[in-house]
Write a protein that binds this ligand. Structure first.
Ligand code: UDP
Length: 267
């Protein structure tokens, strides 16, 4: 499997079909795999929280979730040859340029939502458990994917006192793949704390708002918007409450990338 290191994190650098086949293959391995899907927001949390950064770096498989990481991989390689004034001047224009030109040097994007959807559709022989999201949302996903082998759903609660009960439910379900939708970084910490307790689960991945998208609760941006990296812009109109999060991803993240790639103070 090809990998590419972006901002100090070694990402899988394969297209969606290869990534899905790779993850499906992990189910038969004796070892358990925690998958993380860093996006700009997750990098900002990593840079502010040492234990979360360590968790991400230690996760067995990292997938580049979102255009921001694609751009960062290009910027990190290309801007290294530029003088400082040029890096500062071009940091934001280069985001737009990458969205339009889609240079080859970018790491390949595999979103958590995309991975989950493709696994459910193409691997109906694998058993899945859906943990998290608001009550009823995971059940909606079950209805949308009638052929997927979803053996359990539970909204639950990410707080530590409910963990043992949830782990027992998951163990009783026989699920091999666990999707956790508690939002970052809670879902990643939850998986890290509990992975060793699972009897059957081999792959666990935090997928953020994926259940909401797959259930049809929140519409994903049309493909064109996703392709040119403007899904965030579409989201802004659909969910204006996300403004602060979107500004962090679109404005703060590129500037932080400029800073970390300049000082080489990589995560
Ligand atoms: N969530 C939950 N329990 C919590 C906090 C969050 O089930 O205590 C769910 C929430 O309903 C949503 C998901 O976690 O489905 C987080 O989605 P968000 O849009 O924040 O994730 P993103 O895709 O932006 O990372």
């Amino acid at each position: 499997m090809e990998t590419k290191t972006v901002l100090g994190v070694e990402f899988l650098d394969e297209g969606m079909p290869e990534a899905v086949a790779f993850v499906a293959g992990l189910v038969d391995k004796p070892n358990k795999t925690q998958i993380v899907t860093p996006n700009p927001e997750i990098f900002l949390i990593m840079w502010a929280m040492a234990d979360f950064k360590e968790l991400v770096l230690q996760a067995e498989l990292k997938l580049a979730d979102g255009f921001g990481i694609e751009w960062a991989s290009w910027f990190e390689q290309t801007a290294a040859k530029w003088p400082m004034w040029k890096r500062k001047l071009l940091v934001y224009p280069s985001v737009v340029w990458c969205a339009i030109k889609r240079p080859k040097a970018m790491v390949k994007r595999v979103t958590g939502t995309g991975l989950m959807e493709q696994l459910l559709v193409w691997n109906p022989d694998i058993s899945y458990f859906l943990l998290g999201a608001a009550p009823g949302v995971a059940e909606q996903v079950v209805k949308k994917f009638p052929y997927a082998n979803i053996v359990g759903t539970y909204a639950g609660n990410p707080a530590a006192q409910f963990e043992d009960d949830i782990v027992e439910q998951i163990n009783n379900s026989d699920a091999k793949v666990l999707f956790v939708a508690y939002g970052a970084p809670n879902q990643e910490f939850w998986i890290k704390r509990n992975l060793h307790k699972f009897k059957h689960v081999r792959v666990a991945v935090g997928v953020g708002g994926a259940f909401d998208y797959l259930a049809g609760e929140v519409a994903r941006a049309p493909l064109f918007w996703q392709k040119v990296g403007l899904e965030w812009f579409y989201r802004l109109f659909k969910q204006p409450s996300r403004l602060k999060r979107i500004l962090r991803a679109v404005v703060v993240f590129p500037w932080r990338v400029l800073a970390v790639t300049t000082t080489l103070d990589l995560p």
